[in-house]
Write a protein that binds this ligand. Structure first.
Ligand SMILES: C[S@@+](CC[C@H](N)C(=O)[O-])C[C@H]1O[C@@H](n2cnc3c(N)ncnc32)[C@H](O)[C@@H]1O
Length: 223
């Protein structure tokens, strides 16, 4: 019973990760070194390595990886890496769950010499907000616990308590507050068109030393 379920679970997550990596890869330099922040099960990092990333390190606040080497654990605020050690950082469906999304974005910008790529489900209007809230119930802490009970993921403290809905404009504003410039937003319709799974391509200042997490960057203009 469990073995076929585990097989289906892996196949589904691999398919999803392959699709996400296909969206992300065109915005990365060839052979990039990456950090996947909020790496979850590890499938996205695995797919990005398969897509040509030289390395894809992982960081998370809890460890429930099922593929790859697993994440470096951190407190959700300060990444244990030096400035600009990665070419790029990925935050895939993480910003809704952080207590301080601006601080996390600023940290991502600090450890990346290039882009910060953010994937985020953004509601379209009132119906979209309702749909995302309902999905949050289904795919949130309950699903996490169920996966742990079924031993699809290792048992760990549930990391998905906070769940804030973020509009596309709000993600742009958060990036701005973190000192990152929104270069591009690439939408992908989902959930009957009520939700858009947006890819935000964020860029830091072109040169100079990475900025410490405690140093606010000057506000930048958004296109
Ligand atoms: C919805 S899951 C997404 C996992 C993975 N990125 C994916 O797309 O499959 C949210 C992830 O964010 C992580 N997370 C929650 N708060 C975080 C924080 N402050 N910093 C980094 N990751 C966090 C959770 O542990 C979880 O792995």
């Amino acid at each position: 019973m469990i073995a076929p379920l585990r097989g289906a679970f892996h196949r589904q997550l691999r398919r999803r990760a392959g699709h996400l990596a296909g969206r992300i890869a065109p915005h990365l330099p060839t052979g990039a070194t990456l950090l996947d922040i909020g790496s979850g099960t590890g499938h996205n990092a695995e797919a990005l390595r398969a897509r040509g990333a030289r390395t894809c390190a992982e960081a998370d606040v809890v460890d429930f990886h099922v593929v790859g080497g697993g994440p470096v654990l951190f407190d959700g605020a300060r990444l244990p890496f030096a400035d600009r050690v990665f070419d790029a950082c990925l935050l895939a469906f993480v910003l809704s769950y952080t207590d301080d999304p601006v601080a996390l974005l600023r940290e991502a910008g600090r450890v990346a010499s290039g882009r910060v790529l953010v994937l985020q489900s953004c509601p379209r209007g009132r119906a979209g907000r309702i749909a995302l809230r309902l999905r949050g119930w289904v795919q949130g802490p309950l699903a996490f616990r169920l996966c742990a009970i079924l031993r699809l993921i290792p048992s760990s403290p549930a990391p998905l308590h906070t769940r804030r809905l973020l509009s596309r404009e709000r993600v742009g504003d958060l990036a701005d507050e973190a000192g990152l410039r929104l270069a591009r937003a690439v939408p992908e319709p989902g959930l009957l068109g009520l939700v858009s799974r947006d890819l935000f391509v964020l860029e830091g200042p072109p040169e100079g030393p990475g900025l410490a997490a405690s140093t606010p960057r000057p506000r930048t203009q958004r296109p």
